[in-house]
Write a protein that binds this ligand. Structure first.
Ligand SMILES: [Zn+2]
Length: 343
């Protein structure tokens, strides 16, 4: 069975009633689908099934990731309830359990694979043989570097970092082509970590690329820094994901957001919103690692926000949401800060 494109089916299936359309897509991020792997990166089987049931019961279209992105880039609308499913790292639970279940339901998905662990035959990972079976069945197998190491953390200290990062992407693309015959121009940054220089090179190469910050994808997205909603760990239940499945992007130019890699302990996030007849900006709130932040409004469309205390080294995320004027859905923006030492 081919995991076919669901948009055409969606249109056919509702030909008697106009299908509500939207210009946004919400992409879910999974790692393990397993009850016995580490909590924070695992979606328990019951939660996974409940999510898939929810998609079916609520009339969601699970779309092919690359097709859906291409349509958004071309300014074409998607079904109002659109999601795409992505699995990072190609853990064995994805090949052995999630895949048969998704295949049975006719839901397409994408697996971002770091090629070294597969080449080394690590125990918790799919084999190339398994990935070939998925690929032959229409599953998209895409680039997640060779070694899955941090790509930009030593960008201020190691002159060779950029050459290493490029080789890491090109090598993985080569391995996927050698093993599966072709490789799509899709990339996921390990740990969702990137900086502007790497992102610009990824764009030059022609990749669409994904981070791990939350949010919804729309016409004004930054196509090499696309958000995904984590559907694992504490965020795996349908009750916690419900608002994310229906999320919309806050209207702004995402390519104008600051470089996430910073040596500042209290980096400034300055946001210029576009006028919206839907999102209720006076109720916009931002959170840092879950804690509410004070916003500094310069005008009804321009605010900035800084961490109230010095951030430690590593990843932090500022999530901002504003409700629809009618209460829901919610409009999202997420900025990742990757703080590294000053040298
Ligand atoms: Zn990964």
């Amino acid at each position: 069975m081919k995991l076919t494109k669901t948009l055409a089916l969606a249109l056919l299936g509702t030909s008697f009633a106009p299908l509500a359309m939207a210009s946004s897509l919400n992409v879910m991020l999974y790692h393990h689908v397993d009850d016995h792997t580490p909590h924070s990166t695992s979606t328990r089987w019951d939660d996974f099934i409940a999510q898939l049931d929810h998609f079916e019961e609520q009339g969601y279209q699970v779309l092919d990731l690359a097709d859906a992105i291409k349509q958004l880039q071309a300014g074409q609308a998607l079904p109002e309830k659109s999601v795409a499913l992505t699995f990072d790292d190609a853990f064995v639970s994805v090949c052995e359990r999630a895949y048969p279940e998704l295949k049975r339901r006719g839901m397409p998905f994408t697996v971002f694979v770091a090629t070294d662990p597969i080449d080394k035959g690590y125990q918790n990972y799919c084999s190339w043989e398994q990935l070939r079976e998925l690929a032959d069945d229409g599953v998209v197998i895409a680039n997640h570097t060779m070694d899955h190491d941090y790509m930009v953390r030593d960008a201020f200290t190691n002159e060779a970092w950029f050459e290493q990062a490029k080789a890491n992407v090109e090598g993985a693309q080569q391995r996927i082509k050698q093993q599966l015959g072709s490789a799509p121009m899709l990339f996921a940054y390990p740990y969702g970590e990137y900086n502007d220089q790497l992102k610009a090179w990824i764009a030059e190469q022609g990749y669409i690329a994904f981070g791990q910050q939350s949010g919804s994808i729309g016409e004004t997205s930054d196509w090499q820094a696309l958000p995904r909603f984590n559907a694992a760990g504490n965020y795996a239940s349908v009750s916690s994901l419900r608002l994310k499945f229906t999320a919309r992007p806050l209207a702004l130019d995402y390519s104008a957001l600051p470089d996430p890699l910073t040596q500042q302990r209290q980096p400034l996030l300055s946001v210029e919103l576009q006028p919206s007849s839907e999102a209720h900006y006076p109720h916009l709130q931002c959170y840092l690692n879950g804690q509410a932040l004070e916003l500094n409004w310069h005008s009804p469309l321009h605010f900035d926000v800084t961490p109230p205390e010095a951030l430690g080294n590593g990843r932090h995320r500022v999530n901002c949401t504003a409700p629809h004027r009618n209460g829901s859905p919610y409009y999202w923006l997420s900025q990742q800060w990757l703080v590294v030492d000053e040298q």
